[in-house]
Design a protein around this ligand. Structure first.
Ligand SMILES: Cc1cc2nc3c(=O)[nH]c(=O)nc-3n(C[C@H](O)[C@H](O)[C@H](O)COP(=O)(O)OP(=O)(O)OC[C@H]3O[C@@H](n4cnc5c(N)ncnc54)[C@H](O)[C@@H]3O)c2cc1C
Length: 255
């Protein structure tokens, strides 16, 4: 909520604490203050519109993306009668939408999803978020480890942001367990550097990969769009490539 503006450590005596993990998200004043905002960041010039809807019973086990002109609308199953909607829209288009009310946006969502969802009812309000790419250069310092979106933020088109966080968590858990078993100091720079060395390179490549994908879906030129669509159609027919891509989305990179 931004209530905590800064943290001062009374003592660096590690009998008081070994490790502090900061997971206050991407827009945290705390992180910016402590880490001097050492990051690579740029705005996609887009806003995400998110909400959840109830609908008639369907076998809801497939996530879908509807690629519109300059907009992507994702349907992410929650249950057979509930779906989460993530719709990314260019800021200039969003400004036009903003002059209208939420009812207008709800009507658009119903219109776009009508082939998949019937009898749609909105069960949460509509939320907005600016969409950015963020890659933090430094993962830790002085017994403080950054975590989650504080480290990396990607475009939601691939639905991979939290998956990256979970992979980091698996690495962190394994490394810390191992060090605790050996009786080592878990906040020491050697251990934090091990966590960082394992997670940072793969997060870097993964973030750039998603950014590349996002840029491919932002092509405006017809020839580029046609070329992209041809590649997607070809890849879609190739089960070997599809398996590789599913595996990448599921498990990430392994070096
Ligand atoms: C539109 C959209 C759709 C997405 N869809 C997907 C998806 O389908 N799949 C997927 O894997 N990922 C998705 N993501 C990414 C996912 O939401 C994030 O990666 C994930 O929420 C990151 O979790 P986090 O805990 O690091 O940060 P956050 O979720 O941002 O949580 C940080 C928390 O810290 C709190 N906080 C901040 N400052 C302070 C402070 N000083 N003191 C106390 N508390 C503080 C904040 O209020 C917040 O509650 C999506 C993201 C967006 C924007």
């Amino acid at each position: 909520s931004g209530l905590l503006k800064s943290v001062k450590f009374k003592s660096k005596d590690n009998s008081k604490y070994n490790l502090i993990i900061i997971c206050t998200g991407s827009n945290s004043h705390l992180v910016k203050t402590l880490f001097n905002d050492q990051s690579f960041e740029y705005s996609y010039g887009e806003v995400s519109i998110t909400t959840a809807v109830k609908h008639s019973f369907i076998k809801n086990n497939v996530a879908r993306q509807i690629f519109l002109n300059n907009e992507i609308l994702a349907l992410l199953p929650i249950s057979n009668t509930k779906t989460s909607i993530v719709w990314s829209v260019k800021k200039d288009i969003m400004n036009k939408y903003k002059n209208k009310n939420n009812l207008f946006l709800k009507k658009r969502i119903k219109f776009y999803t009508k082939y998949f969802l019937k009898k749609v009812k909105f069960v949460t309000g509509i939320e907005y978020k600016n969409l950015n790419l963020l890659i933090r250069k430094k993962y830790y310092q002085d017994r403080v480890l950054l975590f989650g979106d504080a480290l990396h933020v990607v475009h939601p088109l691939a639905g991979q942001g939290f998956n990256m966080v979970l992979r980091d968590l698996a690495s962190l858990e394994r490394i810390l367990k191992n060090k605790i078993n050996l009786g080592l100091d878990i906040g020491g720079s050697e251990i934090l550097s091990e966590v960082s060395n394992e997670t940072q390179p793969r997060n870097f490549i993964y973030s750039l990969g998603i950014d590349f994908l996002k840029n491919c879906f932002s092509f405006q030129q017809k020839s580029l769009k046609d070329f992209r669509n041809k590649i997607i159609t070809t890849l879609n027919k190739n089960n070997f490539v599809k398996d590789i891509l599913f595996n990448l989305a599921d498990k990430g990179f392994k070096f």
